[in-house]
Write a protein that binds this ligand. Structure first.
Ligand SMILES: Cc1cc2nc3c(=O)[nH]c(=O)nc-3n(C[C@H](O)[C@H](O)[C@H](O)COP(=O)(O)O)c2cc1C
Ligand code: SF4
Ligand code: SF4
Length: 185
């Protein structure tokens, strides 16, 4: 939308904003205002103060004078899916020396990704089943230790195990039907 000259409207960023970095990402992608609901319900209005402080500190560090100058700065980095090399193969790798045993990676992989992580309850550490990893990097997004999980390139002939999310037979079972006022036909 921010790249559409015909639209030419101010945009407001909303959805999943809790930290100054979340807000900053929306600003970089063209939002000139930010809205927050769930974050404030969880943590109170003080998170807005934290957002202002975080962004202000960043701007002072970088010598940036105004927020408006940041709006849309990352738009040149946005690309259509076709621009990516979808033949690339990868998995995650874990530097478990840094792990604090919170289990967030296991939960997200179990519920929203490839079920590629086993959880060792005794040591409270994740164990990756490499050939189930979808390299979606969701585990990296939720891990509270920023440089613990990284992407590891795999050779083109590396074969990922077929998992439920990749089962082509399941696609045939999903029927896409137009949603009408009366509900699905
Ligand atoms: C409890 C609750 C009540 C909401 N009420 C409204 C509403 O009345 N009208 C509306 O347009 N959106 C409503 N929303 C949606 C929010 O405006 C917002 O789009 C959504 O929560 C995503 O932003 P967030 O990740 O900051 O929560 C509501 C959301 C929540 C959680
Ligand atoms: S990259 Fe995705 S599939 Fe692989 S371990 Fe992380 S969350 Fe699971
Ligand atoms: S999310 Fe990160 S810190 Fe938490 S258990 Fe997984 S690897 Fe360890």
């Amino acid at each position: 939308m921010a790249q559409n000259d015909e639209l030419n409207l101010p945009l407001s960023g909303i959805g999943g904003i809790e930290t100054w970095i979340d807000a900053f990402e929306y600003i970089l992608l063209g939002a000139s205002t930010i809205q927050v609901t769930t974050g404030i319900m969880h943590y109170g209005y003080r998170i807005v103060e934290d957002m202002i402080e975080g962004l202000s500190d960043f701007m002072v560090e970088r010598g940036i004078k105004s927020v408006s100058g940041l709006v849309g700065q990352a738009l040149p980095n946005l690309h259509e899916t076709e621009a990516f090399d979808l033949e690339r193969q990868g998995i995650t790798q874990y530097d478990l020396e840094k792990c604090i045993g919170c289990g967030q990676c296991y939960i997200v992989c179990q519920d929203a990704a490839g079920q590629a992580i086993e959880w060792d309850a005794a040591s409270r550490r994740p164990k990756l089943i490499e050939d189930k990893c979808l390299s979606c990097m969701l585990c990296k997004f939720v891990c509270p230790v920023s440089d613990l999980i990284s992407y590891k390139e795999m050779p083109q002939d590396w074969k990922r195990q077929e998992t439920a999310v990749m089962d082509k037979n399941m696609e045939q079972d999903i029927k896409l039907e137009p949603f009408t006022k009366e509900g699905p036909r």
